[in-house]
Design a binder for this molecule. Structure first.
Ligand code: UD1
Length: 408
């Protein structure tokens, strides 16, 4: 039997953790789990509504740490997480993604000798000005089990010296949630509420500091949106940080751009999956649009998700308005023939493979660390050869079609 603390903190964590919780519930009593929310995101719109939409249980532990500078936020999560770990003494801490809560909890756990599994390991933008890139590199470096979404992630980890035994390619867990919630999202009234016809509008999201914290960058992007909005309505569910910056800089949205508050998971899924195209600086949305074959323009100079460009429907357009507008118009003229394809193992069964990988790791451990003695300060080193290299096998791999999911 293993005891796990599953960590969530910010909006993009919730859709990754929901299927893992469900898959672990299926494996009781082999696995017992506690859900811990760091409180990095705390608004109803950024957190509460996701728990309801995704059918997640209330967190067993809430650290209520809230916003702050990067150092404040990371430090507050670390300070609050340590006593929770000492009290609950799990065998594993599972962290997802690349937010400040991810690195904070991974760092505390690894120093207490508690094994860390990182879901979405190995993604790299190679841009260290992004806080998320620092979080990714450091979390991977100290995690015991590196659960990757795609081959490029494995290659990044190997290049950085990760041991092959620690890497298990499991696929993209966010896509499990996407396929699971597609039917439910169809009941959303969001298109009626905004008076939109399917495929007659574009959706944009923006929240990266590089895009929204600099008034020039934000004005620049809005000038591209003004052009695109001549051809079709643009809907902009704006992150609280972006709304705050728009007020602060006195930047008004152009005509034809509808700014609305952030949406819950189901309303947002219904909105973007019916859009003609999506423009974004989010990481997750690049992957989700690829899974459903919706054209996506990524408003960044780099991406940690190159597979969405190589295989999917993503276009890395950067921040130059002429380039953004040119690609948007080409999409409107259907000039990109291929819809793209769904990458291998993005099949709706990643959470099951994650749970298998955790159980398998423990089964194969020649020497196991004892978290209780580790927390007492008598740390027992992990066995060097404690996991056998493998990637998720062909078993259980199913295409979206076979698993009963289809593109809308
Ligand atoms: C964080 C993640 C980013 C992720 C994004 C998704 C890090 C380094 N960044 O960025 O990777 O893509 O979440 O949203 O962890 N705020 C609210 N209500 C909330 C939460 C935040 O109003 O519930 C406001 C606060 O003013 C806060 C600001 O948004 O200062 C930024 O929040 P923060 O968690 O620091 O970073 P995000 O930009 O959300």
């Amino acid at each position: 039997m293993i005891k796990v603390i599953n960590v969530v903190g910010a909006r993009p964590n919730f859709m990754k953790m929901a299927p893992i919780i469900a898959a672990m519930q299926e494996r009781k009593p082999q696995i017992t789990q506690l859900l811990l929310h760091t409180g990095q995101h705390y608004d109803e719109a950024m957190s509460g509504s996701f728990f309801r939409d995704l059918g997640m249980p209330e967190p067993d532990i809430n650290l209520n740490t809230r916003s702050g500078s990067h150092a404040e936020q990371t430090a507050r999560v670390m300070l609050a997480f340590e006593p929770a770990l000492v009290e609950h003494k799990p065998d594993w801490v599972v962290v997802v993604g690349d937010v400040n809560s991810t690195i904070a909890c991974a760092l505390v756990a690894s120093k207490l000798g508690v094994k860390v599994a990182h879901v979405e390991a190995g993604l790299r933008s190679f841009d260290r000005t992004m806080p998320e890139e620092i979080n990714r590199i450091l979390t991977d470096r100290i995690s015991d089990l590196l659960l990757t979404p795609s081959r490029d992630a494995d290659e990044n980890l190997l290049r950085e010296g990760a041991t092959p035994r620690s890497i298990v390619r499991v696929g993209n867990v966010m896509i499990d949630t996407l396929y699971r919630q597609l039917e439910r999202a169809k009941a959303s009234e969001i298109l009626n509420r905004l008076a939109l016809e399917p495929r007659s509008f574009a959706v944009i999201t923006l929240h990266r500091p590089a895009n929204v914290d600099d008034p020039e960058a934000l004005r620049n992007l809005f000038s591209a949106l003004a052009e695109i909005a001549r051809d079709l309505t643009v809907v902009f569910p704006a992150h609280p940080r972006t709304q705050g910056r728009m007020r602060e800089f006195g930047v008004e949205p152009p005509d034809g751009v509808k700014v609305i508050d952030p949406l819950g998971y189901l309303d947002f899924l219904q909105l973007w999956s019916r859009a003609r195209m999506v423009l974004t600086d989010s990481g997750g949305l690049q992957e989700e649009t690829t899974a459903l074959g919706i054209p996506c323009l990524t408003l960044r100079e780099n991406t940690e998700r190159p597979i969405t460009i190589e295989q999917g429907t993503n276009h890395l357009v950067g921040l130059s308005p002429p380039r953004i507008v040119t690609v948007a118009r080409r999409i409107l003229r259907d000039e990109y023939a291929s819809e793209g394809r769904v990458p291998e193992l993005w099949d709706g069964h990643t959470a099951e493979r994650i749970v298998e990988a955790l159980l398998d790791f423990d089964l194969r451990s020649a020497e196991r660390r004892d978290p209780i003695s580790a927390i007492d300060g008598r740390r027992i080193a992990a066995g060097a050869g404690d996991e056998v290299a493998r990637s998720a096998g062909a078993d259980g791999r199913r295409s979206p079609a076979e698993s009963g999911v289809s593109k809308p």
